[in-house]
Ligand binder design. Structure first.
Ligand code: KIV
Ligand code: ZN
Length: 400
């Protein structure tokens, strides 16, 4: 039993129109093959998440490995602002490991889960419905005695019978869960179905008014963002998402896409987030750099082509009025305007601005130091790309 009760002031009143952004880049995102991060890398990403002003950073899964527990604790000690969370299976050892890892944070959350669908109950857990309800009541209460911000997820909620899902959600709220997250663990749902499910749970779950409902979508059918937004239409007020949409298999809901959809179509959704959207490009490029996974050129919001126009008809339209082919501004997501191309005629101001936009926090002296390497490269090509600049800043230019 954890001896110390963790106080947190996260359970602050939020307006009905505020959608919390729960970022799981460092947990679900990191679980994807090819995205493992060292503690240092996780800390760099956590800083960019804090700059973005996300509400919650899920920093890892403390019981998964001593290294992950240490990384969560480092993030909990160093990052101010967002709530810091750890994932935990629904057992006391995992809850204790999570509570210990997040302990240094100012605001902290334990996110605990158990599979509820017939497949998970029968094939994986070998537990009856009654046994699952019992463990939810017991362990959520145990977690609540350790930390007053508890999130509960019925894993594979979408493929769980509605009546049983309702019972599981009610048991978790009754035991002290303050956030109820509904995961589409295998990316199976559709927008209409998930809107309806959220309406059903919010209208029918006893104690629903005491909890924030959250959505966690995977992208197996390419619908994670659409489904997350549809859940918001059904009453979800927290979206779980990851930078560049990384996560198990095809990934999680992409943070930049969900946030910019809510911002650009505020007229439709009538909700807002607290994200500083001008930090999105820096967060995206930082993650790509530390995980060595480049952003696809055509990636929505942050890809190189997202605000680029090559076709004559489009160029003509954009020159007359950029809204003809751009529904948002590159600057709104922190992307340097597409008209700025770095080449041999560029000066230090342009280089410094691009370096900053790419997520680096460097001194004037560093710009002076890298400028000769930049000029040498610029003399040999038509354009110095962002990737080139990253190599120069990180000192890898001459080796390539
Ligand atoms: O996809 C999922 O079900 C999860 C849970 C742990 C929330 O990641
Ligand atoms: Zn997931």
């Amino acid at each position: 039993m954890t001896t110390q009760h963790i106080k947190t002031d996260d359970v602050k009143p939020v307006s009905e129109n505020h959608v919390k952004i729960f970022d799981t880049t460092l947990r679900d995102g990191e679980q994807a093959p090819g995205f493992s991060m060292s503690t240092d890398a996780k800390l760099i990403v956590a800083r960019t998440l804090s700059d973005l002003n996300v509400d919650i950073i899920e920093a890892g899964f403390a019981a998964a490995s001593p290294g992950d527990a240490a990384a969560i604790r480092t993030i909990a000690s160093e990052i101010e602002g967002p709530t810091i969370g750890s994932l935990a299976r629904l057992n006391k050892n995992d809850i204790d490991a999570a509570a210990h890892a997040i302990e240094p944070a100012q605001q902290k959350r334990i996110h605990t889960f158990i599979g509820t669908s017939p497949l998970h109950r029968d094939a994986k857990l070998k537990m009856s419905k009654e046994e699952i309800l019992k463990v939810i009541s017991e362990i959520v209460a145990y977690a609540s005695s350790a930390c007053d911000d508890i999130e509960f997820s019925p894993e594979d909620a979408i493929r769980t019978e509605r009546e049983f899902l309702l019972e599981a959600v009610e048991a978790a709220i009754e035991a002290g869960a303050t956030t109820i997250n509904i995961p589409d663990t295998v990316g199976y749902t559709t927008p209409e179905e998930i809107t309806d499910l959220f309406r059903f749970l919010k209208e029918n779950a006893k104690g629903a008014d005491r909890a924030i409902f959250s959505v966690h979508c995977h992208d197996d059918l390419g619908m994670a963002v659409a489904n997350s937004l549809a859940a918001v239409r059904g009453g979800a007020r927290q979206i779980e998402c990851a930078i560049n949409g990384i996560g198990e298999r095809a990934g999680n809901c992409s943070m930049e896409e969900a946030v910019m959809a809510l911002a650009t179509r505020r007229d439709f959704f009538n909700v807002s987030t607290q994200i500083d959207t001008t930090k999105i490009f820096a967060a995206s490029t930082t993650l790509a750099r530390v995980t060595h996974n480049p952003i696809p050129r055509n990636k929505a919001i942050v890809g190189k082509n997202a605000f680029a126009h090559e076709a004559g008809i489009h160029q003509h339209g954009v020159l007359a009025n950029k809204r003809t082919y751009e529904i948002m501004d590159a600057e709104a997501v922190g992307m340097p305007s597409n008209s700025i191309v770095l080449g041999k005629h560029s000066g230090k101001h342009a280089v410094a601005a691009r370096v900053k936009a790419l997520g680096f926090n460097v001194s004037k002296q560093k710009i002076e130091d890298i400028f000769p390497a930049f000029k040498r490269l610029a003399d040999t090509c038509r354009e110095v790309t962002d990737a080139d600049l990253v190599r120069i800043v990180t000192g890898n230019a001459e080796t390539d």
